[in-house]
Design a protein around this ligand. Structure first.
Ligand SMILES: Cc1cc2nc3c(=O)[nH]c(=O)nc-3n(C[C@H](O)[C@H](O)[C@H](O)COP(=O)(O)OP(=O)(O)OC[C@H]3O[C@@H](n4cnc5c(N)ncnc54)[C@H](O)[C@@H]3O)c2cc1C
Length: 496
């Protein structure tokens, strides 16, 4: 075999690390260049004194050992020394506008009982959703771990045959969840499907999620999401990969329509035979490649598709615990408040006492996620004092809300850590704070976004900007698939 081809991967998020591990196993001389000083991208967590702030995973698909994603996580090192905690509770909606509460947990019969007591006439719609969830559970989703191009004709035919029932079910239920919400009468139940679970999401997607919850296939990462990424980074380095931090890629170098390396912001050039970018799509396509490799369908996608709305994330360290309160609340506020250009009508609150390793004994992290505005925070970061003042003001607004649900909260508070949409850009280069790429809608979930760019060779994309809806599982499979495609292009075997 010829000398190992040099592969450069832009980004040490989950997809870049997955690509790195697979490429190293497949005999590439591989280097990951990452602008930040740590691995993980948006799948991260950080220390604040004795506390750990988990900045990412609420529910990870693939908790069960018999799940294909779980097995893939193990292969890429993500589970080395890592414990997954099966999710029992998903979320409780507290609708302050009506006084209703609706709890979604592993007990889907319990969900139906709640719906019946809130609004009996709405029971048939929820029954449909739960029945669909159980059908997805019994059929089982096809793993979709490998790139079609690497599976060959027979592999693809066999996948189609094995996954036929699931795929048919998906196709039949691709309408947005809002179509179910439209058939409901009670405002809180309508809200639950339209907002708490993202109304634009296809019904099939929501049903699969509920099915995975019921069968115990959703988890959180004990000790915080960064442990998942750290395991992958260790595996990559152990396999001989080079991981270079604080290296910001300005340009992907191209000669004769073939990617030949990258140029870092300081000017240094790194040559390669092949490049994989996991940086955000708009950054990769329009900044690093100057928009030279596009076609009508790509431009249409970038012009029309919506990206995830930016969020602010406030993590409070508190010397108290409220074990009687649900792990996650979705608060629909009776009195919305305005902050900068954003009207905050709802917020998600995570009561992270469920993982004692995240805080000192008797303490916990209470974390709030709420809609926010990228330009507002980006513009003000140029005036650091004002930026800090605004963070304090936002924390004060949120604190007032929390005191109502966690009595004694303010007195027990030790610190607050405020991450704004600008923070997501500063640490993970999230394009305009879109921390999870394209929104999952009936159109985007169905689309197959190519991992190549028209007319460009020696180049692939991986990660949440080619896997609409984002998420850790697609990031892991996407990195693997980009390497499989590179192997096909270079005529090399893919080593699993
Ligand atoms: C708050 C939050 C909650 C989430 N909850 C869940 C959940 O419960 N379940 C789930 O499955 N998923 C969840 N996700 C989504 C999931 O974490 C992401 O979809 C996934 O980790 C994305 O991985 P990625 O590699 O595609 O992208 P990224 O993590 O964005 O990685 C891209 C990497 O490229 C680097 N980069 C970008 N530009 C450059 C450049 N110019 N030069 C060098 N490096 C560059 C970035 O620094 C980054 O490290 C959540 C995300 C967030 C933020």
């Amino acid at each position: 075999m010829n000398a190992a081809p040099k592969l450069i991967i832009v980004g040490a998020g989950i997809s870049g690390l997955s690509a790195g591990v697979h490429a190293a196993r497949s005999g590439f001389d591989v280097e990951i260049v990452e602008h930040h000083s740590e691995p993980g991208g948006v799948c991260t967590g950080w220390k604040h004194g004795d506390y750990t702030i988990d900045g990412c995973i609420h529910w990870l698909m693939g908790a069960r050992e018999d799940d294909a994603h779980h097995q893939l996580y193990a292969k890429v090192g993500a589970l080395d020394g890592v414990e997954l905690r099966t999710l029992e509770h998903f979320v409780q909606l507290v609708d302050e506008t009506t006084g209703e509460r609706l709890t979604i947990d592993r007990d889907l019969d319990g969900l139906l009982a709640q719906v019946e007591s809130i609004s009996p006439q709405d029971l048939p719609v929820f029954r449909e959703l739960v029945e669909l969830a159980r059908r997805t559970e019994s059929i089982g989703a096809p793993p979709m771990i490998d790139a079609r191009e690497a599976r060959g004709l027979w592999g693809n035919l066999s996948d189609l045959w094995q996954g036929r029932e699931f795929l048919l079910l998906m196709v039949r239920h691709f309408d947005p969840l809002s179509t179910l919400a439209d058939r409901l009468h009670h405002p809180s139940l309508k809200y639950a499907l339209d907002h708490m679970m993202l109304g634009a999401m296809p019904v099939a997607f929501a049903a699969t999620l509920l099915g995975e919850l019921e069968r115990g296939n959703l988890a959180t990462v004990v000790g915080g999401s960064q442990r998942f990424a750290e395991g992958m980074a260790r595996k990559f380095v152990a396999l001989g990969g080079k991981l270079r931090y604080e290296a910001d890629v300005a340009e992907i170098l191209v000669e004769h329509d073939h990617a030949v390396g990258v140029r870092l912001i300081e000017g240094e050039v790194l040559r390669a035979d092949h490049v994989i970018s996991t940086a955000p799509g708009p950054t990769t396509v329009f900044r690093m490649l100057g928009g030279r490799y596009t076609d009508a369908s790509l431009r249409d996608r970038y012009a029309r598709w919506s990206t995830f709305e930016p969020i602010s994330m406030l993590s409070f360290g508190v010397r108290a615990q409220w074990h009687d309160r649900p792990d996650t609340l979705h608060l629909r506020l009776a009195e919305p408040f305005v902050f900068g250009p954003t009207r905050v009508e709802a917020m998600t609150v995570r009561n992270m006492a469920y993982d004692p390793s995240l805080a000192p004994a008797g303490a916990c992290v209470i974390q709030v996620l709420m809609p926010s505005d990228f330009d507002f925070w980006h513009d003000v970061h140029h005036a650091p004092q004002r930026y800090r003042e605004l963070k304090h003001q936002l924390a004060e607004q949120v604190r007032r809300q929390l005191e109502r649900y966690y009595p004694g909260f303010a007195a027990a508070e030790e610190f607050v850590d405020v991450a704004t949409p600008y923070t997501f850009w500063r640490y993970a280069r999230s394009y305009r704070g879109a921390y999870e790429g394209w929104m999952p809608t009936s159109e985007t979930i169905r689309a197959r976004v190519p991992k190549t760019l028209p007319g460009l060779h020696g180049f692939h994309m991986a990660g949440q900007w080619v896997e609409p809806g984002g998420g850790v599982p697609p990031a892991v499979t996407s990195g693997r698939q980009a390497v499989q495609l590179a192997c096909v292009e270079l005529g090399r075997p893919f080593v699993d």
